[in-house]
Structure formats: structure tokens, C-alpha cells
Design a protein. Structure first.
Length: 59
């Protein structure tokens, strides 16, 4: 399944697309795989937030 294409307005339909995509990615994962999957995504998100804050501070 391809990543969903989201609208610039980020609608309820977009939320449904993201949830369906996430379900398809994770439906056959074991508990350990799920834990690792979400940990990795959380770590990536944390790094992205730090980068954005760093950029905002340098303005």
C-alpha cells in the first residue's frame, strides 16, 4: 500500500486515510515488531521536533 496523499486542509478523510495506511502496515506484526515500529517512529518524530525548534530559534 502506498503512503496516503493528504490534502492541504487536512480533513477528516485524511485522518481516515492515515489510519487505514497505519493499520495495513501493522496488521501482521508481532507485539515485539509493533513495539519496535512505534519506538522508531517516536524517536524520528522527536528528532524532527528538535530540528524544527532549532530552526525557529535561529530566526
Amino acid at each position: 500500500m502506498n503512503e496516503p496523499v493528504l490534502s492541504s486542509a487536512f480533513t477528516v478523510e485524511d485522518i481516515h486515510k492515515v489510519r487505514e495506511y497505519n493499520y495495513e502496515l501493522t496488521k501482521d506484526m508481532t507485539t515485539e515488531e509493533l513495539r519496535d515500529f512505534y519506538k522508531k517512529r517516536a524517536d524520528e518524530g522527536e528528532l524532527r521536533i528538535k530540528e524544527l525548534r532549532k530552526q525557529r530559534m535561529s530566526i
